[in-house]
Design a protein around this ligand. Structure first.
Ligand code: DHB
Ligand code: FE
Length: 304
């Protein structure tokens, strides 16, 4: 059976991708940020998955205001890096995993979540910057990402956006979907975006370190209650784009302590019959300000 081996959480600031593409990672401004990912790149090499299920948001690149899917799963065989205004990033195209993606779509829709199926789309910094951060520089033509990727695009741009609760429950359904796939695959689930940032208006540049770190604490240890936080709290405390953090709850919900057993078991610790998974192990935590106008957060959790 397929299983979720780990979850990875990281911001996806486009300037990080530009710093890598332009060879600026050793500049004093960027060096401390990339140092926080040294461990993660080594860990990725040692824990190479067969597939990455990557939760991100499109930034009006693949989807315009003509059509706004709340949750869209990519079932394509490949995805090209998108032109975001300066041309596409010089990174390899992303290989998909149509078979597992189709299985997850089927299972999750049968668990009552209405996913949009995407058979063709380009992917922007929301997806390529996390890959670059965790996998390092890749030659755009002769290089390749370490494994296929299944994109899940979440609308956090155009209101109404999905609640943290909805995202957390969707993550649980994805966890079950992966575990019902009858091939031995090691799957990682990544949640991207955040932490606190606001890109426009009177509060542009807002950073709330205390709130961000409390979010990380609760995501690790108390995700079910964290998921109850209303969306207005993200916006008020973490800035308008801080709402991207709801995507981290999808990845967290798919970990075995949350995805197995009944919903209410999640807050209570392991069930007596052992059916619920044990708490994940925190293997890396990093927080850094600034990267462009934003705070950067990063976690790696392993399923036991
Ligand atoms: C920026 C854009 C993002 O999508 C994000 O998540 C963080 C920062 C930016 O334009 O700086
Ligand atoms: Fe973003």
């Amino acid at each position: 059976m397929a299983r979720i081996t780990a979850s990875v959480y990281t911001s996806h600031v486009p300037a990080i991708g530009a710093a890598m593409d332009l060879g600026k990672t050793r500049e004093p401004y960027w060096q401390p940020l990339f140092a926080g990912y040294d461990f993660s790149r080594q860990w990725m090499k040692e824990h190479s998955p067969d597939v990455i299920f990557l939760v991100y948001n499109d930034h009006a690149t693949a989807f315009s205001l003509d059509c706004i899917p709340t949750f869209a799963i990519g079932t394509a065989a490949e995805y090209l890096p998108a032109d975001e205004g300066w041309g596409p990033r010089p990174v390899p195209k992303v290989q998909g995993h149509p078979e597992l993606a189709a299985h997850i779509a089927h299972s999750v829709i049968q668990q009552d979540f209405d996913l949009t199926i995407i058979n063709k789309m380009d992917v922007d910094h929301g997806l390529t910057v996390p890959l670059s951060l965790l996998c390092g520089e890749q030659d755009p033509v002769h290089g390749a990402w370490p494994c296929p990727v299944i994109p899940l695009a979440v609308n956090v741009l155009q209101y109404p956006v999905p609640s943290g609760q909805r995202c957390f429950k969707l993550g649980r359904a994805i966890g079950r979907a992966v575990e019902s796939y009858d091939q031995d695959l090691k799957v990682q689930i990544w949640g991207t975006g955040g932490m606190s940032h606001q890109l426009q208006g009177a509060r542009a540049g807002l950073i709330n370190k205390e709130w961000d770190n409390r979010f990380l604490d609760r995501l690790i240890a108390d995700p079910e209650n964290l998921a109850r936080m209303p969306h207005i709290d993200y916006v008020r405390e973490a800035g308008s784009e801080g709402i991207e953090l709801v995507m981290w709850l999808i990845a967290r919900g798919a970990m075995s302590d949350c995805s197995r057993g009944a919903m209410s078991d999640c807050a209570r610790g392991a069930m007596s019959d052992g059916s619920r998974g044990a708490m994940p192990k925190l293997v890396h935590r990093f927080y850094h300000v600034p990267a462009s106008n934003t705070a950067v957060g990063h976690l790696i959790l392993e399923n036991p």
